[in-house]
Design a protein around this ligand. Structure first.
Ligand code: AMP
Length: 190
């Protein structure tokens, strides 16, 4: 099984690069942001509660996203592997993911981080907001709040994987294909 965490701040290109990895390696894409937006569209209680926080650019509680990932791992026991996108976003989520994967006798091979400066992120997200329909991409204050949440709560997750010798950071600014080629070379080394 190939299990990867694609890491980086909002707007770093995780979704774009995930799509390419899924196509090449047949992995299942687990994006907690996408799963939460599906809950909102379905009008579930979980979705309505999560929306209140997402509309403020604040992380939803760990237990909510850990539960969603647990369900997806159980639903896809025969998968070739998973690509985790936008999860884990706190050290507690990273520790929970290790435990969940251990229950299936598997583990994360690598966390690959896409590194992009804040100004570039803000411009990318504002531009994405013109077509994505995502309310949290259309307001500059909200984008800055999301980047702040990332810096405070999510950036330490990189150390969690670095301590396990599983962290590789790459420059997330450049041609999509060039960035993807770097990701593939990291994956192929594992
Ligand atoms: P994303 O699509 O990954 O940018 O996520 C959109 C929003 O969903 C975030 O700003 C958070 O409010 C929430 N969210 C997504 N994934 C997580 C997570 N792993 N932990 C907590 N909140 C999350």
């Amino acid at each position: 099984m190939l299990n990867l965490v694609l890491f980086g701040p909002p707007g770093a290109g995780k979704g774009t690069q995930s799509a390419k990895l899924i196509e090449q390696y047949g992995l299942i894409h687990l994006s907690t942001g996408d799963l939460l937006r599906a809950e909102i569209s379905a009008g579930t209680t979980l979705g309505l509660e999560a929306k209140k926080l997402m509309d403020q650019g604040i992380l939803v509680p760990d237990a909510v996203v850990i539960g969603m990932i647990d369900n997806k791992l159980n639903e896809n026991k025969a998968a070739a592997g998973f690509i985790f996108d936008g999860f884990p976003r706190t050290v507690a989520q990273a520790a929970a993911l290790d435990n969940l994967l251990a229950q299936h006798d598997v583990s994360i091979q690598q966390m690959i981080a896409l590194e992009v400066e804040e100004e570039e992120l803000t411009q990318r997200l504002l531009s994405r907001g013109k077509t994505s329909g995502r309310p949290d991409d259309q307001n500059e204050d909200l984008i800055r709040k999301r980047v702040q949440e990332y810096t405070e709560k999510t950036a330490p997750v990189a150390d969690f994987y670095a301590q396990q010798g599983k962290f590789t950071g790459i420059n997330g600014v450049g041609e999509i294909e060039d960035i993807y080629a770097q990701i593939v070379s990291i994956v192929e080394k594992n």
